[in-house]
Design a protein around this ligand. Structure first.
Ligand SMILES: [Zn+2]
Length: 312
């Protein structure tokens, strides 16, 4: 396991030394927009839904994404246990990796110039546990780490290129996730994002200025912010993270604005053009990986992809 993950890690870090990699956008809100109401992770168990998931991955690749996140945001042990679905942990995570592989294979097979077709990386996506660590909640640090470890083990065995721990509201939980992954495979590349409010503070009070060193010491190669705020507010948050971490690789994935209810539907208020415009400011802080979170679509990613082309 380690030899290969070390090789992929070096390859990704080498690429990031030269240029920005574009990640994909949202999966959950895309699935909701075509009528799915079940938890996104459980849809990996449904053959018809899997076809839609693969189609969404494919649309992101066609829009210019070079990193595709597995649809496994809530597929850690504790989160699944909450809904009584922990027995499906292995199948959900394995199917999710296979969904991305299918999309990549399909794209490469039907690409007109096979020689120049780009490498697409699979990010094994890990979201929060939905539980709180003691003393605020009932979960010990070890239980928390083991919950993420169980998910990461399946993701790594199934063939992800690296792990993205995202939308963490508690720096300690993020550290437990990183520790849980590291004990499986010391070499695998780990990126980790916390989710901040407009003032750059997480729900548990971690500040955008302070969290970076802790995550780097825990073993992350890439750190950053995602979700909660739109790309307009993410400019300031990126600035705060960058000024505290001048030499660190950053990953930035804002929402497409803030959610609004219109005609009983949740919509996000940043257009693809506005998001791309905001990213032109975010790029001044030299992020290494950029992409979208809730509400972002392949159209948003396409505009950001054009921005990167014009920028280089
Ligand atoms: Zn989000």
């Amino acid at each position: 396991m380690s030899l290969n993950t070390q090789k992929i890690k070096d390859e990704i870090l080498n690429t990031l030394n030269k240029r920005v990699l574009l990640c994909d956008g949202a999966m959950g809100t895309m699935l909701q927009s075509i009528g799915y109401t079940a938890a996104s992770d459980l849809l990996n168990l449904d053959e018809n839904a899997r076809k839609d998931i693969i189609k969404i991955h494919l649309n992101y690749i066609a829009a210019g994404s070079e990193i595709i996140q597995t649809n496994t945001f809530g597929a850690n042990f504790l989160k699944l246990k909450r809904s009584g679905n922990e027995k499906y942990l292995k199948l959900i995570n394995k199917n999710a990796v296979n969904n991305v592989k299918e999309a990549i294979n399909y794209f490469q097979e039907f690409s007109p110039n096979k020689e120049t077709v780009k490498r697409i990386y699979i990010a094994g996506d890990i979201g929060p546990s939905g539980e709180m660590l003691k003393p605020f909640g009932n979960i010990s640090y070890d239980e928390m780490a083991n919950s993420f470890s169980a998910q990461a083990e399946v993701l790594i065995e199934s063939g992800v290129d690296f792990i993205l721990v995202e939308t963490m509201m508690d720096l300690n939980e993020a550290c437990a996730a990183v520790e849980g992954i590291k004990k499986l495979d010391r070499e695998i590349l780990i990126a980790c994002t916390l989710t901040f409010n407009e003032n750059g503070v997480t729900l548990m009070g971690n500040k955008a200025e302070d969290f970076g060193k802790v995550l780097i010491d825990a073993g992350c190669s890439i750190i950053g912010a995602n979700c909660s705020v739109g790309s307009s507010s993410m400019i300031k948050i990126t600035e705060k993270i960058r000024s505290a971490n001048p030499d660190t690789l950053l990953i930035i994935q804002p929402n497409a604005g803030l959610p609004k209810i219109v005609n009983n539907k949740t919509i996000f208020d940043e257009s693809p053009d506005l998001m791309a415009e905001n990213f032109s400011h975010i790029l001044k802080f030299n992020p290494s990986i950029i992409g979208g979170c809730c509400g972002s679509t392949p159209e948003h990613i396409k505009k950001i992809s054009n921005l990167l082309k014009n920028d280089s």
